[in-house]
Design a protein around this ligand. Structure first.
Ligand code: CTP
Length: 402
């Protein structure tokens, strides 16, 4: 099968880090996938890998300086920035990341980055302490907030012989990220997506509440993936500690199921797709107090509860022709049967079933193992244990086929 990178113009930016040796393999894989690659290397990068190797593999002279010293030929970073369909900077050192985040245009690579109109993919590589330093964290968050795609470094043995997070992602995986991005049907440009995420909390009094263990990670991962594919995302979120990074995600914070219902109802009419990942509390205290319940005076021994509204079912009732509604079902037993029942009852088009019985799935984990059930009669689709980011991509791929 031909790669989605066939004929694509890619700028490969190489900065001065030990991982630059892996960029040779990355370049080879990009060229093999049919991409036209222009290498731009920083002066420090050349200390780690020679332009001769890179120009031989790319079939193009490597660009490093603003002009060629002996001929005076000027290299236009603006033209390069316009030529590219994507720019990938791998490895990106702490110092280049800082320059990109703050617009310090003191070499050809950074000026090209600042002129690039195409999506930019950044693969950091550095020692674990540099990676964990607050300045690096802040600079990477800034780059994310500009809409750049960060290809997270992996954990493992580093050039310093220490073990930790900071290893540049493997070239095959970087190519896979780019291929995914260009894959036909993946683009969600122009789509408006509503996502509910996190738990709801239902107040008992000003200091106590009923809730559940949802952390919002799955919903936020779907929001990031949809935004990276070009969608306009409204993320209605219960109280969580995860944060949304992509500038195309609008976060609407709510607390209770009733507030979540109101927010979802008001945004749903404008959306073409809604993905309800929230773990909505099914019950709320019937008589929340406005003063703290005291152990001695109030001496309560039971809490009267009322049923909360079913947000998914409410949206399912008002769903228009052409709108897609997807839900989640986290079960402890008979997961697929319960999921199939919810798919019908809530008038969903797809439901993502996950089971607490599976190791690595469910609340708080960074992984999930899901089965997708569809309303249109096609068979269920089961996936192995994957990162929540990969699961998010699988879910959006499935939604694209509905
Ligand atoms: N959901 C919702 N509003 C609720 C409850 C659930 O929107 N009050 C949505 C969830 O976001 C999820 C789907 O419905 O997409 C299934 O949630 P789940 O809690 O499994 O469904 P319940 O109907 O509450 O079933 P259960 O009896 O298993 O709690």
């Amino acid at each position: 099968m031909s790669s989605t990178l066939q004929g694509k113009h890619i700028i490969l930016g190489i900065t001065g880090g030990i991982a630059a040796y892996k960029s040779v393999m990355l370049l080879r894989l990009l060229v093999k996938a049919g991409a036209e690659v222009q290498v731009v290397i920083t002066p420090n990068g050349k200390e780690f890998i020679t332009p001769v190797t890179l120009s031989a593999l790319s079939g193009k002279p490597v660009v490093s300086e603003f002009f060629t010293a002996n001929t005076g030929e000027w290299h236009s970073h603006v033209d390069l920035g316009l030529w590219a369909d994507a720019m990938v900077i791998a490895p990106a050192t702490a110092s280049s990341i800082a320059k990109m985040a703050n617009g310090v245009a003191d070499n050809m690579l950074i000026t090209t980055y600042l002129s690039a109109k195409a999506p930019v993919f950044i693969a950091p590589a550095m020692d674990l302490d540099m990676m964990a330093h607050p300045s690096t964290t802040r600079n990477i968050a800034l780059l994310r907030s500009y809409g750049n795609h960060i290809i997270e470094p992996a954990s493992g043995e580093l050039a310093s012989h220490l073990t930790g997070k900071g290893r540049m992602e493997e070239p095959e995986n970087i190519v896979a990220v780019l291929e995914n991005f260009f894959a036909a049907g993946r683009s969600m440009a122009g789509r408006r997506v509503l996502i509910s995420a996190g738990p709801t909390i239902e107040r008992l009094d000003p200091v106590r509440y009923i809730s559940n263990f949802s952390t919002g990670k799955m919903g936020y991962a779907i929001a990031e993936e949809a935004a990276a594919r070009g969608a306009d995302v409204t993320l209605v979120s219960g109280p969580v500690s995860v944060e949304a990074h992509h500038p195309a995600i609008k976060v609407v914070k709510v607390e209770s199921a009733r507030e979540m219902l109101e927010a979802c109802r008001s945004y749903f009419s404008d959306c073409d797709t809604a993905i309800l990942t929230a773990a909505v509390a099914d019950y709320a205290p019937a008589h929340p107090r406005d003063k703290k319940i005291k152990r001695e005076h109030d001496g309560i021994d039971s809490i009267e509860l009322v049923k909360n509204p079913d947000i998914a079912a409410t949206l399912g009732e008002t769903k228009r022709e052409g709108q897609l509604l997807a839900g989640f079902a986290l079960e402890t037993d008979n997961a697929v049967d319960h999921g199939a029942e919810k798919l019908e009852r809530k008038n969903l088009d797809m439901i993502v079933v996950n089971s607490l019985a599976d190791a690595g799935a469910g609340f708080g984990t960074d992984t999930n193992k899901v089965t997708l059930l569809f309303r249109d009669g096609r068979p269920a689709e089961s996936f192995p244990l994957k990162s929540k980011k990969e699961v998010a991509a699988d879910i959006l791929d499935a939604i694209a086929t509905l």
